[in-house]
Design a protein around this ligand. Structure first.
Ligand SMILES: Nc1ncnc2c1ncn2[C@@H]1O[C@H](COP(=O)(O)OP(=O)(O)OP(=O)(O)O)[C@@H](O)[C@H]1O
Length: 228
């Protein structure tokens, strides 16, 4: 049996909205094996971002457990959780969230240096990743001078910088044109496979979903397999 990269069990997440309580996830479970790439395809507003944020330890469920590489997040201190997130998880947001006062290269170097990688190695890795995403001419550019698609590609490079065990991506190529999206997505999958990472990737694009190993959706607060 293959090792489990991400394990979520008994997850309940509710939001209060005025007088109402929205139950987004209800006793949901999800497992991602090491090296597996899973598409998350579900209608808008059903909870894809919520599931990814819970998996990425960016928010906590009201009930249930999340484990990364067998380590239970709930058993850790705040610092321990931060370290687990930094060392094991790469997150690509719908919006790039690059730091505006740093160059593209520095944005990809920073998470590595925070994790203890030396400057020279972080520099090499940053340039390598940015070049693979077609940003060899943008290494020293500030995000404010880059196009939306370039920023998103740099954000993907940043998420991969620390060789995460689990890559979580929220419509990572949603704001790229179809051609660029295909290319960037192809490179993303290639790197994830090369490095043996696992990935859960939300997308509305069925063609992109078909390039992953399997597809799950959200239905009545549960994560369920989607037949292809
Ligand atoms: N912080 C919050 N407070 C209240 N309600 C929230 C909060 N975050 C999300 N929701 C609600 O939870 C539901 C699921 O939101 P979520 O962003 O996870 O959906 P999604 O499937 O990612 O949508 P999309 O495809 O449009 O990005 C929505 O109805 C949303 O309004």
């Amino acid at each position: 049996m293959s090792e489990t990269a991400l394990s979520m069990a008994g997850i309940t997440r509710r939001y209060r909205s005025g007088d109402e309580t929205l139950t987004i996830l209800a006793n949901a479970g999800f497992e991602l094996s090491a090296g597996e790439i899973v598409a998350l395809v579900a209608p808008s507003g059903t909870g894809k971002s919520t599931l990814l944020h819970l998996a990425g330890l960016l928010e906590a469920p009201q009930h249930g457990t999340v484990a990364i590489g067998g380590r239970q997040a709930a058993n850790l201190s705040d610092n321990g959780r931060t370290a687990l997130r930094r060392d094991e998880i790469g997150f690509v947001y719908q919006f790039h969230h690059l730091l505006p006062e740093f160059t593209a290269r520095e944005n990809v170097m920073l998470p590595q240096m925070i994790a203890g990688v030396g400057r020279r190695d972080a520099h090499t890795r940053a340039d390598d990743l940015l070049k693979r995403f077609g940003l060899g001419h943008r290494l020293d550019s500030m995000p404010g001078k880059m196009s939306g698609g370039e920023k998103q590609r740099a954000a993907i490079a940043r998420a991969l910088a620390n060789r995460p065990r689990v890559l979580l991506a929220d419509e990572p190529t949603g704001n790229l044109d179809t051609n660029t999206s295909d290319l960037v997505f192809g490179e993303l999958l290639r790197i994830v496979r090369e490095e043996g990472a696992a990935a859960l990737i939300a997308t509305h694009n069925e063609a992109l979903a078909a390039r992953m190993d399997r597809t799950v959706t959200l239905h009545e607060g549960q994560v369920v397999a989607l037949a292809r």
